[in-house]
Design a protein around this ligand. Structure first.
Ligand code: ZN
Ligand code: ZN
Ligand code: FE
Length: 760
């Protein structure tokens, strides 16, 4: 007889790990107990030596994969007399708990019950088990036990209790266990929020089939849904939300329905079916009959599969594809509160599908893409948060405030970085208010006590404002180094790297707007090796919404006659002179090295796109125009100016102008993309010959451009470079907080405030 005490650390809560141990112990006729504790899970087991050894082995080899065990520490302790059975005991409160688990999409077993008329959970929208269901979005406090979740108020019925306590049942110790008798209830409400007697699923489908807009309360907040095959319904949704031309995502009944519209390879299929159920950006099939208004002008569509029973209820034989978009006014945070939903969404919808379970955490759907078999994060939220990213060593406890657009923030504890759910664009007041309210809650949930606030260098970002108001000691980290740092942290890159950060905009250490940047260095020691030559950004931020301005800024320098002609042809002849004057006098025309703006300008020129409804729209359009059957690239020069490599985009724009008369937009786009890829390789080559590393990081919003990333990646690899792109952290500004945390922590530790050593 022997007794052992195990501390199993790093175990995610809510994946059925305790029930797994329980079953193991029963099988081996061991006595003892298990409970969640500060490190993860604490276990005491007692029995004969052979069974104990078998138990220990199986803990490590057969644990549920989502449990992510990090270490098992085991010690022999005195044997107890008269112990009977093996128990799951209540969690030990007070300690620092293992991290709560992200929401898990409804599993295959729960889906089959949902469709089984014989099952008592037939068509039950809240069906879940020990392996699936909401986790993060309904947790109030850790550890994850029902009493500390939004499920606390639902008393288990007898049958659920029997399942909960039966170790052979799939719902043994399932914290979110529920059934039609005892769990949350769902109903159909009118736009004023008044409950209607119609069966909720029938009513919901009636509204959708009639081309109406349905408000759907989910697990992370409200969605708005329409029939994705109805042009008028999708247009109505755009109108109601005040949504620009940005593409919507499609929710499909099942994989088969999805494949009728999208091409799916093996890696993409795995992601679609992953418990995180992200939106995956897929190539749309020619034969797809989705409404054009879903993704105007694009060949790509964001697609995902139902992750709750609520969503399964929306479909039937005829209704297999829905547009599913966040329930908000465009650009504002997702609505989570029922009263707010009636006020904000009521005027937009023809009815609501609602339930009485509280949403504790607002959580948008996540967005990913697969390229060369690798996942690239676009938005990391539901299904992924709050799982921490593990660094290779402890970090300083800090708050990383993130950037302005697509904000996420982060907290650190020991070697973990807890990246927050997507917060949206903080220049919107509602988003900033929600951000301010979420940070302290995030701190409480994860029991993090930051001692520093790390922020972007941009003095006017609301995240910077928040840092200043936090009362914590401050540290600024340059925007593009944060992009670079996020990939180093994400991919755990060792040694020196070359960083190619192509972006819309970020505040530079020279107070200019950076965005076409080449860095080299390691850890806290960086050099800005090269960048696009500075050009004025006419009218500042306004140039983002009017890409013609940037085209004019380049052409003014390299092709003034052509510019005059082009402006006249587009009715802009009067608008340019005052902007040109302003530039000459240095009024509201900051200098920029932005690659995002160069793409804008090329797209504006090639497609006469004068105005856009969101940042990057022109560039996205331009990418999708590319016709790779056309060969050729433009020339460019890399000049060494005082040890810095400068690339003049004017030269590329000038050649683009000349092509306008003789080549199609598709041909110009292909040439332009190839040129930028060639430029990346050339500059990396020059830097490599100096610093000797072949590790290249690609990051920044511009790399959401699939074609550019493909071309650059391929050419770099052909030249013997090792290419790193972010996997977990978003490639855009959603990844900034991770880089701030990683780089900021190291700077604080070493007492460094300037990673460029004063030579930025
Ligand atoms: Zn399940
Ligand atoms: Zn029940
Ligand atoms: Fe950025």
């Amino acid at each position: 007889m022997e007794r052992r005490r195990l501390i199993i650390s790093g175990v995610a809560q809510g994946v059925g790990f305790r029930p797994f141990l329980y079953n193991l112990a029963r099988k081996r006729r061991l006595t003892g107990w298990v409970r969640n504790n500060s490190a993860g899970v604490e276990v005491e087991v007692q029995g004969d030596a052979g069974n104990l050894a078998g138990f220990l082995n199986e803990v490590e080899t057969q644990a549920p994969p989502a449990a992510r065990i990090e270490s098992v520490v085991s010690a022999t302790i005195p044997v107890l007399q008269n112990e009977a059975g093996f128990k799951i005991t209540p969690s030990e409160d007070g300690g620092v708990p293992g991290s709560p688990l992200p929401d898990q999409g409804i599993c295959a077993d729960c889906i089959s019950e949902f469709y089984d008329p014989e099952d008592r959970r037939y068509r039950y929208p809240f069906n879940s088990c020990v392996r699936c269901g909401p986790r993060f979005t309904l947790i109030k406090e850790t550890p994850f036990d029902r009493v500390r979740t939004a499920m606390a108020e639902y008393q288990l019925c007898q049958r659920c209790r029997a399942e909960y306590t039966d170790f052979s049942n799939r719902r043994f110790h399932a914290q979110t266990i529920a059934c039609p008798q005892c769990g949350p209830a769902l109903w159909l409400a009118d736009p004023e929020g008044v409950k209607t007697p119609e069966p909720p699923d029938e009513g919901a489908r009636r509204i959708l089939k009639a081309g109406g807009i349905l408000g759907v309360k989910g697990i992370g907040g409200y969605h708005l849904a329409v029939d994705a095959s109805s042009e008028s319904a999708v247009l109505k949704l755009r109108e109601a939300k005040g949504r620009d031309r940005r593409a919507f995502a499609g929710l499909f009944r099942d994989l088969e329905a999805l494949k009728a519209h999208c091409r799916v390879d093996a890696a993409e299929e795995r992601l679609l079916l992953d418990p995180a159920r992200p939106i995956v950006l897929l190539t749309q099939k020619e034969a797809s009959n989705l409404a054009k208004a879903v993704n105007p002008g694009l060949k790509e569509v964001g697609a995902f599969l139902p992750y709750t029973g609520i969503q399964l209820l929306l479909f039937d034989q005829d209704l297999t594809a829905l547009v599913m978009t966040s329930g908000n006014r465009s650009g504002e945070p997702l609505t989570v509160d029922d009263a707010a939903a009636i006020e904000i969404l009521g005027p937009m919808v023809d009815g609501f599908l609602v339930h009485d379970r509280q949403v504790i955490w607002r959580c948008d759907d996540s967005v990913v893409r697969v390229q060369k078999g690798k996942t690239i994060g676009i938005r990391r939220s539901r299904g992924y948060v709050p799982a921490p990213l593990k660094m290779d060593r402890d970090l300083v406890p800090l708050l990383a405030c993130g950037a302005q657009q697509k904000n996420t923030f982060a907290l650190t504890k020991e070697r973990y970085v807890y990246l927050s759910p997507h917060q949206g664009d903080l220049d919107r007041v509602a988003a900033y208010l929600s951000y301010r309210e979420t940070i302290p809650r995030w701190q409480r949930l994860l029991r993090c006590n930051p001692e520093y606030a790390v922020h972007d260098l941009h003095p006017d970002y609301n995240s910077t404002l928040y840092a200043r108001s936090s009362g914590l000691p401050l540290l600024g980290v340059q925007h593009h180094l944060a992009h670079l740092g996020s990939v180093i942290a994400d991919r755990r890159i060792k040694g020196p790297v070359i960083g190619v950060i192509l972006d819309g905009s970020g505040y530079g250490t020279d107070a200019k707007i950076w965005g076409g940047e080449f860095f080299a260095g390691a850890e806290c020691n960086w050099e800005r090796k090269g960048h696009l030559r500075y050009y004025p950004l006419p009218g500042g931020e306004a140039a983002i919404k009017e890409p013609w301005r940037m085209a004019a800024a380049y052409l003014e320098a390299v092709a003034p006659e052509f510019l005059a002609e082009w402006l006249a042809g587009n009715g802009l002849a009067d608008q340019w002179p005052p902007l040109r004057q302003a530039i000459r006098h240095g009024i509201n025309a900051p200098e920029t090295s932005s690659m995002g703006r160069l793409f804008d300008a090329a797209a504006a020129l090639a497609g006469n796109i004068l105005e856009v409804s969101y940042e990057g729209e022109a560039a996205v359009w331009f990418e999708h125009q590319a016709d790779l059957n056309h060969s050729g690239e433009y020339c460019f020069e890399v000049s060494d100016v005082g040890g810095k490599l400068l690339i003049d985009p004017g030269m590329i724009m000038e050649q683009t102008c000349r092509d306008l008369r003789r080549l199609s937009t598709g041909a110009i786009s292909a040439k332009f993309h190839r040129t930028i890829a060639a430029l990346i390789v050339r500059v990396c080559d020059l830097i490599r010959s100096e610093v000797g590393t072949d590790q290249v990081v690609l990051a920044g919003g511009v790399f959401q451009n699939r074609l550019l990333l493909d071309l650059a990646w391929e050419r770099l690899e052909r030249k013997g470079f090792r290419v790193f792109i972010p996997e977990v952290a978003p490639v855009n500004d959603g990844g900034i907080a991770l880089g701030q945390a990683w780089l900021g922590s190291m700077m604080i530790e070493r007492g460094i405030t300037d990673v460029f050593g004063g030579a930025g």
